[in-house]
Design a protein around this ligand. Structure first.
Ligand code: C5P
Length: 219
């Protein structure tokens, strides 16, 4: 509807973990559920946006919402989907937990147990998707996440600058209400002007609405 505040706007959200294959039956992954990103996608759809959700492997669903879901597996798949959808996007929220490294080689057959007690797997760096988007951004509002276990504010501010973001959403692993696979989250939003907004712990649905309100104020 034309009266909704994000009508005519394209919002691209990434969510969930990435899986980096080792062989046909194994991968390196992480505990991200995708909940936060899915809630952001739904909140944007509720405000009338055209929403593209680029999701790593997740059990979450967008049934009943007018959201275009693109399923990806690896960081490199996600890189491609995000870049394909970037140029005409108005808002891009990168909430996925992207693997920083992937196995250098994917074995064609299942890796066999050997007599040696140690198995060494060489890893290579994945592209930093968010940083690559920050380097080419023109009009897009670009938002990142930071999940830290220590020195969180300092690290978040560094990321904000390094990745050329408009703001960053910080969730601390030190909060019992925050983090992977929880239904609640407690966030701090740090703007590129370095002003900070702290929010109470609340459901990820409500956190998503807070984030969308900050986005609306910036459009
Ligand atoms: O640098 P760090 O991984 O802590 O930054 C987190 C932010 O960067 C998140 O928004 C995450 O989605 C994004 N990211 C990315 N590509 C990577 C690693 C992280 O887009 N390879």
């Amino acid at each position: 509807e034309a009266t909704l505040p994000l009508f005519g706007k394209k919002v691209v959200v990434s969510a969930g973990p990435t899986y980096e294959n080792l062989d046909p039956v194994r991968f390196i992954g992480n505990y991200s559920s995708g909940k936060m990103g899915f809630e952001i996608a739904k909140a944007a759809a509720n405000l009338g946006a055209k929403v593209i959700l680029v999701s790593g492997p997740s059990h979450e669903s967008v049934t009943g919402f007018p959201i275009e879901r693109i399923n990806v597996v690896s960081a490199r798949d996600m890189y491609e989907a995000m870049h394909t959808n970037f140029s005409d996007a108005d808002v891009v929220v990168m909430s996925a937990a992207v693997a920083d490294y992937r196995p250098k080689e994917i074995a064609e057959q299942k890796i066999k147990k050997e007599n040696d007690n140690n198995l060494i797997i060489e890893l290579v760096k994945n592209p930093d998707i968010l940083k690559s988007l920050g380097e080419i951004k023109t009009h897009q509002l670009l938002i990142g996440f930071a999940l830290e276990t220590n020195n969180e504010e300092e690290y978040a501010k560094k990321k904000l600058a390094k990745k050329n973001l408009d703001f960053i959403v910080l969730n601390s692993m030190q909060d019992k209400e925050a983090g992977f696979q929880k239904n609640t989250n407690k966030i701090t939003i740090i703007d590129k002007d370095l002003s900070m907004q702290q929010f109470e712990a609340k459901s990820k649905t409500d956190v998503a609405e807070d984030i969308l309100n900050v986005i609306l104020n910036k459009l």
